[in-house]
Design a protein around this ligand. Structure first.
Ligand code: UDP
Length: 399
């Protein structure tokens, strides 16, 4: 199949760990690579955010990235990109008018809006993966939510207009049904993990015990709750990976906030910030952890817990979003309520005191993570997209 993937802000070529560069970038890259390996011709359309970028790039994964001129050719926070989506959609319509793909897979709501508009003009079916939902973000962030006001309505409209929503976890299906989607129009395909990179490996024993948090440094990832939990975990060190590179950490507002919270709790000397780390080094980082924590307030999927499991590490997570599917309590880790440092401290304390249980969880985690191998996820996505192509009854909407 000729597959057009649209990922307006999350370029598969971007450096990870920044405020807007995380799981979606990894997802789009790995999925495009997996679909290419299965014999499809894949082009990823993403916004040009630097004048130095070439129009088109062939990636190591064998697929093409096309940089779409929409808005200034500089970095723009994703929540400020909505006004440029008209230009993005017009570009797609022009390109697809010349050479239509068989199917479009859009990632994130703005991509969905631009892709649907353009695809309808050439009669091509559209699958949508939201990655995150505006209603959930609004519920948790309230007035701190910087998403454009239209987001929730556009997402509800996409639920009605796209040919298929590919949800990444069962909790998302529940949210989509509440938004009014016909359950027949949703299929769950989880995010994947690179099981060739993320594998169990031996790490030299170390003291003091080390817990690890990995991810973009944004408040909703709940790192502050782990910092607070350290009060109940004497000696234990928290290692935080993510955010800008180490030399720029002092300028990062979330690092400053977390350091202040750590000092307030008297645990500042036990919290180590590593900054953003290249993906290739992540397996080593996971291997050096006794327990990996993933404690978001909410989480559309959460690749980090699966990467940790693939590396044979036990995971203590919050019982939200994708973690409800990926972490099996009492088998691969434990789940605690979000924003509950006391529960976190108790569960972490018990697990850190029990090396046998940690080893058993790690082993079970590695086994469970195999079900999230990208080959398999790419195949399941390909099946979903092929069904759309075979069943395609889309009509061309006149311009
Ligand atoms: N990541 C990384 N280096 C960092 C921080 C994060 O490679 O310094 C990767 C991490 O391994 C994972 C992704 O970024 O693959 C984060 O994905 P997740 O779904 O957990 O969170 P999101 O960023 O999408 O909210």
């Amino acid at each position: 199949m000729r597959i057009a993937m649209v990922s307006e802000h999350a370029s598969p070529l971007a450096t990870l760990g920044g405020v807007d560069a995380g799981g979606q970038n990894v997802h789009v890259d790995a999925l495009a690579t997996g679909l290419t390996a299965r014999g499809n011709d894949v082009v990823v359309y993403t916004r040009r955010d630097s004048p130095r970028l070439p129009d088109r790039v062939t990636t190591p994964g064998g697929y093409t990235v096309e940089h779409v001129p929409a808005g200034p050719p500089s970095e723009v926070p994703k929540d400020e990109l909505w006004p440029f989506m008209g230009d993005f959609a017009a570009y797609l319509a022009q390109r697809w008018g010349e050479n239509p793909p068989d199917v479009v897979h859009a990632h994130f709501w703005m991509s969905g809006a631009a892709a649907t508009w353009a695809a309808r003009r050439v009669g091509v079916p559209v699958a949508q993966t939201f990655h995150a939902l505006g209603v959930v973000k609004r519920r948790h962030q309230g007035v701190a939510d910087t998403s454009p006001a239209d987001r929730i309505e556009v997402e509800a409209e996409l639920c009605r207009s796209v040919d298929l929503v590919v949800a990444t976890c069962t909790d998302e299906v529940r949210e989509l049904v509440a938004l009014g989607i016909d359950p027949a129009h949703v299929r769950v395909v989880p995010c994947g993990v690179d099981t060739t990179l993320f594998r169990p490996r031996h790490a030299a024993p170390h003291h003091p015990p080390r817990i690890l948090s990995v991810g973009r440094l944004v408040e909703r990832k709940g790192v502050a709750d782990v910092v607070a939990a350290l009060v109940g975990l004497p000696e234990v060190e928290l290692h935080v990976v993510g955010g800008p590179s180490q030399d720029a950490l002092d300028l990062d507002p979330e690092v400053e906030r977390l350091r202040a919270i750590a000092d307030e709790h008297g645990v500042g000397d036990r919290v180590v910030f590593h900054g953003g780390i290249a993906r290739e080094q992540m397996p080593e980082i996971f291997a050096a952890a006794d327990v990996v924590v993933a404690t978001p307030w909410y989480e559309p999927f959460g690749i980090v817990p699966v990467e940790a499991m693939a590396c044979g590490r036990p995971v203590v997570g919050t019982a939200v979003g994708g973690l409800l599917d990926t972490v099996e309590p009492g088998v691969t880790g434990e789940l605690v309520p979000p924003r509950d440092p006391a529960a976190l401290a108790r569960v972490l304390g018990e697990l850190l005191a029990d090396p046998e249980r940690r080893a058993a969880y790690g082993k079970a985690g590695a086994k469970r993570a195999a079900a999230y191998a990208w080959d398999d996820v790419a195949k399941r996505t390909e099946d979903a997209l092929r069904d759309l192509v075979l069943a395609d009854h889309s009509e061309v909407v006149p311009r």
